[in-house]
Design a protein around this ligand. Sequence first.
Ligand code: DGT
Ligand code: CA
Ligand code: CA
Length: 363
Amino acid sequence: MSRIIVHVDMDYFYAAIEQRDDPSIQGRPVVICMYSGRSEMSGAVSTCNYLARERGISAGMPCAKAKKIDNEAVFLPVRKEYYTMVSDNIMNILRPFADSAQQLEQISVDEAFLDITRSCNGDFDTALETGIRIKQRIKSEENLTCSIGIGPNKLIAKMASSYKKPDGITVITPEKSMAFLEPLDVKKLWGIGKVTESRLAQIGVRTIGQLAEYDQIRLIETFGKKKGSWLKRAAMGLDDSVVRDRGDSNQISRIATLPENTRNLKEITSLLDRLADDVINKVTEAGVSFRQIVFIGITSDLKMHTRSKILNHAITDREILRMNAGQMAKDFLEDTSLELRRVGVRVDDLQNTAGQLTLKDYI
Ligand code: DGT
Ligand code: CA
Ligand code: CA
């Protein structure tokens, strides 16, 4: 039975979040800038939506150049901390679709692999249905779109997700893998950099199909044993690497939108309590404790605010988390006259559970 691997890649992630949150910028080119701080427009474009891409703006371009291309586009600064929390939400949506919690592998802020072999019984038609359900869940819960690739391994799944973008879904069965790869430029092979691409061009290899047919001994002579053999196998669509949770995140968070913008503490704490419960469930699953509690509030002007508290000991306690998040929300409301739109709870500074204390240790 073939493995079935899904790769999920969020569409124009940072720009999509900004335009989701602010309906007034929808339908306009949106450009997210990493400002260097030196002068008003110095810095580079982090990403932009597809409307901006159609006009010729692209990631990595100087912001000043993007501004010259389209002065009417919406330019916004990167809000990395917020995007990371939305990313955590997405990963929480994805995790139950994987065969086990450990078979979800996040590879960047907006991309993950899932192994769904068992739950689909190795059937690619069932996998397509799962892919469609994943897209629906992300759309209904986060109001964001993604592109999905499904294949017999990570390499094919990753390349399939970029085949149709945005909002695409592409299934490549083992039988179709070679036909899918053959015509593509070698630079599209996942893992190939600029240097390898130009060295391959020097030996006359431009497509993945040509690379797959190239003599392995000569590839090893040119690139060394490890890289040479990898190139040959990858070009043939072969990849045995497993999907596994890297587990290196040092925080767990949940963020959600209030039913309506509000300053009503009761409504706010009732949502915060639910988020705190979700966070504690994840904490328990991961077998960790935490030393820092963070409250996140996004006000009606879409600005994000955080309040945090460092504890004396690492804990795993639900009540302490709820109590502190609620208190921080209350304190925050005293500092602002605005209504809250979204709230979140995050625990930081995670440690292995040994040596934990619970509420009982405090009373
Ligand atoms: P896509 O996937 O082509 O629809 O568009 P994105 O924007 O999701 O592009 P992707 O997947 O390459 O990157 C995900 C996010 O990471 C993107 O929204 C912004 C950020 N990012 C990507 N490239 C850069 C970069 O060169 N600099 C900075 N600061 N951020 C970047
Ligand atoms: Ca993306
Ligand atoms: Ca990405």
